[in-house]
Design a binder for this molecule. Structure first.
Ligand code: C5P
Length: 413
């Protein structure tokens, strides 16, 4: 994994309490460090029985805190300094004992002391035996912590340390990482903004097992949804079938055909601020859908096609009403005359921004992780971007989206 902009210069305090799930937090630590965060690990005494502090130290390149008053520094009282500088604190695993202490404001070790002093958001990942989790005392503590604004992720159903299956397994490190990302972005530049993103290639079936499709993987649209989420947007991702999972905190609406995508977009856009139409929507669909699988001996049966609605065009035609998002971004996947075709679409679809994409190159466009696009503004002026990861392309597009929104704000639009 490469660096993620959101984590640049971010101080994460990772509190590890004493459960077997502590071993999974090693992976979480590595992810946070690779993403670019500055990670300080605090372990309770019990946690050190499961994983050695040296493991975390090797990953974070920073001293691991295991004892009260071990952090005394010249200018600051050590036991609250980590909490004060934390942009976010994660407690994983959060044992029943640590949850109880946090709920009652105890500060008898560095982890709980830091949590009390922490000014940033706190994310708790409980892990314990099912009985302990379901105990009314734990449930009351969780309710209290939630009421005070702490965020809880998991626990999940699954195999527990005892060998039994049940509720109490700590959320996977992937998920904790994503929840942390969501939480960090909450106050970003898109906070309060309703963002709709479409992604993937629609499938147009002509019998129960076959469809006409395209090569879109959905990667660009999913990356856009993730970055808009990172900036604090309330994101809805309307996507055709893909192998990808929507990011934590993103509302996902799976669809298959262009018609269903059309309905989902129309349903959402009257309450949305931004529409990013990254999906490769089929322009045509088979006129008939055979009820049964078409047989081999029916030969090369001709599939007659009819036009699908052009979703963006329909949105564009709404301009004069209030039911159009404040900002609409279109994507043009072309194999020839890229800018000329993209400019025509920009004007026809009355877009605020067009992302033109030459999909004939092997390192750009469909199914690969990199993309080389040119951004066209309302005047048709071109800003070519170099070959970048789709995540970085998404960051750049969202940068422009934020800038256009700001400009519109100033102009009272
Ligand atoms: O004109 P063209 O279909 O190439 O324009 C591409 C843009 O229009 C993309 O943003 C795509 O998501 C959108 N589109 C659409 N409905 C269609 C076809 C494309 O909204 N039926």
């Amino acid at each position: 994994m490469t660096e993620i902009r959101l984590f640049k210069n971010i101080n994460v305090v990772l509190g590890v309490s004493g459960g077997i799930a502590a071993y999974k937090v090693v992976d979480l630590t590595s992810r946070l460090v690779k993403a670019g965060a500055i990670v300080d690990v605090i372990m309770t005494e019990a946690a050190t029985k499961f994983v050695g502090p040296i493991t975390f130290q090797a990953l974070t390149h920073r001293p691991v805190v295991t004892e009260m008053f071990s952090l005394l520094q010249e200018t600051e009282i050590g036991h609250v300094s980590l909490g004060k500088q934390a942009d976010i604190m994660i407690v994983a695993p959060a044992t029943a004992n640590t949850l109880a202490k946090l709920a009652h404001g105890l500060s008898d070790n560095m982890l709980t002391t830091t949590a009390l002093a922490c000014r940033g958001p706190i994310l708790l990942a409980p892990a314990m035996e099912t009985g302990m989790w379901k105990n009314p005392a734990t449930q009351a503590n969780i309710a209290l912590l939630q009421e005070r604004g702490m965020h809880i992720i998991g626990p999940e159903e699954g195999r527990l340390a005892s060998g039994a299956d049940g509720l109490g397994r700590m959320a996977e490190s992937d998920e904790i990482f994503e929840a942390c990302r969501w939480l960090l972005g909450r106050n970003g530049t898109l906070a309060g903004c309703q963002v709709v993103v479409t992604a993937g290639g629609t499938r147009e079936p002509f019998d129960p097992v076959r469809f006409i499709g395209n090569r879109s993987s959905g990667k660009m649209g999913f990356a856009l949804a993730t970055v808009a989420r990172d900036r604090g947007g309330d994101v809805t991702l309307i996507h055709a079938p893909t192998a990808l999972s929507p990011a934590y905190g993103v509302q996902s609406i799976p669809v298959e055909t262009a018609l269903r995508m059309h309905d989902a977009v129309m349903d959402k856009i009257s309450t949305s601020d931004v529409l990013l139409m990254a999906a490769a929507v089929a322009d045509y669909r088979p006129a008939l859908l055979a009820e049964q699988k078409i047989k081999k001996n029916e030969g090369s049966r001709f599939v007659e096609l009819v036009r699908n609605p052009d979703i963006l065009q329909e949105v564009a035609n709404r301009r004069e009403t209030d039911n159009r998002p404040r900002l609409v971004v279109g994507f043009a996947a072309e194999t020839e005359d890229l800018l000329e075709n993209a400019r025509k679409k920009l004007a026809r679809k009355r877009l605020d921004l067009m992302v033109a994409n030459d999909v004939s190159a092997t390192d750009s466009g469909f199914a690969v992780d990199t993309n080389k696009v040119t951004l066209l503004d309302t005047k048709g002026e071109a800003t070519p971007l170099p070959l970048l990861s789709k995540n970085e392309v998404a960051e750049r597009i969202i940068d422009v989206v934020v800038a256009i929104l700001k400009k519109k704000d100033k102009m009272g639009k």
